[in-house]
Design a protein around this ligand. Structure first.
Ligand SMILES: NC(=O)c1ccc[n+]([C@@H]2O[C@H](COP(=O)([O-])OP(=O)(O)OC[C@H]3O[C@@H](n4cnc5c(N)ncnc54)[C@H](O)[C@@H]3O)[C@@H](O)[C@H]2O)c1
Length: 258
C-alpha cells in the first residue's frame, strides 16, 4: 500500500488524459495535488481537482503554460513557499504529426517548447525548491516509446521525446546524491485525446503489432507514475519504465508457412 499522506504533488497537464489519471492516483494515495494546466479554468479551478475534493481529497488547480519560463518560476515559487513540493509529474505534452520535410519551423519549435523546454523549466524550478527544502523528492517525466525508437511520420515528436528521455537520465544521476529521484515513464499507445488523430485502421494495425494486443488506459500509465512517485522507487535513478504491452521488447512478426 502506497501512502503519500502529507506530501504535495504537482502534476502538469493534469486536467485530462494521463495527467488526470495520475492526479487521481496520487490523491487516492493521500497526496495533496496541484494541477497545473494551460486549459481554460472556470473560477480558477478545473474538473479534475473538483473531482478529487468531492472524493474527500485535497486538490487545487493553477493555470500554467509550462513553455513560459517566467510563469513556471513564479507559479512553482509560490507553491514552494506556500506548502513545499515533494513530487512533480512532468506530464504536459503535445503531439504534432509529420515527417521531417513536412515539419515547419513553427511546428518544430512548438513541439520542443512544450515537451522539452517545459519539462526543463518545471524540473529546474522544482529541483531548486527541493534542494533548498533538503527533504529529497520525486520527479516523474512522462516520456514515450517514441523517445526510445523512431515512429514513422512523427519527426518532431520523436526528437522531443528522445531529448526528454536523456534529460531524465541526466537529472536522474545529477541529483541522486541529494535524495531526489528523477525517472520517467514511457507509455506506448494510450486511449486519450492526444491519440484521437489515429484512424480506426491505423489503430487496429498498431494493436496488432503490440504483443498483448491492446492500447493502455490512462490509469495503467498512472499506476507506474504512482510507483515512481512513491518510496518504492527510492533506489531507482534516471530510469525509463516502458508501459507499452511489450512493444519495445518486440513486435509480433507474422510468418507464413509454405
Ligand atoms: N496518449 C498516448 O498514447 C501517449 C503515449 C506516449 C506518451 N504520451 C505522453 O503523455 C503525456 C500526456 O498525454 P495525453 O495522451 O494524456 O494527452 P492529452 O492531450 O489528453 O493531455 C495533455 C495535457 O497537457 C496539457 N498541456 C499541453 N500543453 C501544455 C502547456 N504548454 N502547459 C501546460 N499544460 C499543457 C493539456 O492542456 C492537457 O491537459 C504527454 O506528454 C504525451 O506526450 C501519451
Amino acid at each position: 500500500m502506497i501512502d503519500l499522506t502529507g506530501k504535495t504533488a504537482v502534476v502538469t497537464g493534469g486536467s485530462r488524459g494521463i495527467g488526470r489519471a495520475s492526479a487521481l492516483r496520487l490523491a487516492e494515495a493521500g497526496a495533496s495535488v496541484i494541477i497545473c494546466d494551460r486549459s481554460d479554468f472556470t473560477a480558477g479551478d478545473d474538473a479534475c481537482s473538483a473531482e478529487i475534493r468531492r472524493a474527500g481529497g485535497d486538490a487545487e488547480s493553477r493555470e500554467l503554460d509550462v513553455a513560459d519560463s517566467a510563469q513556471v518560476d513564479r507559479v512553482f515559487g509560490e507553491i514552494a513557499a506556500e506548502r513545499g513540493i515533494d513530487i512533480l509529474v512532468n506530464n504536459a505534452g503535445v503531439l504534432f504529426a509529420g515527417t521531417t520535410t513536412e515539419t515547419t519551423d513553427e511546428v518544430w519549435r512548438q513541439q520542443f517548447a512544450v515537451n522539452v523546454d517545459g519539462t526543463f523549466f518545471c524540473t529546474r524550478a522544482v529541483l531548486r525548491a527541493m534542494i533548498e527544502a533538503g527533504k529529497g523528492g520525486k520527479i516523474v517525466n512522462v516520456a514515450s516509446i517514441s523517445g526510445l525508437r523512431a515512429n514513422p511520420g512523427f519527426a518532431a515528436y520523436c526528437a522531443s521525446k528522445a531529448a526528454l528521455v536523456n534529460f531524465t537520465r541526466q537529472a536522474g544521476i545529477d541529483y541522486a546524491s541529494v535524495g531526489i529521484n528523477v525517472n520517467g515513464v514511457a507509455p506506448g499507445f494510450v486511449e486519450t485525446d492526444l491519440t484521437a488523430l489515429y484512424s480506426p485502421e491505423i489503430r487496429g494495425a498498431l494493436e496488432g503489432q503490440t504483443p498483448n494486443g491492446k492500447w493502455a488506459t490512462s490509469e495503467q500509465i498512472a499506476d507506474s507514475v504512482l510507483f515512481l512517485a512513491s518510496p518504492l522507487s527510492d533506489h531507482i535513478c534516471g530510469e525509463i519504465l516502458t508501459v507499452d504491452g511489450g512493444w519495445m521488447v518486440g513486435t509480433p512478426v507474422v510468418v507464413q508457412s509454405a
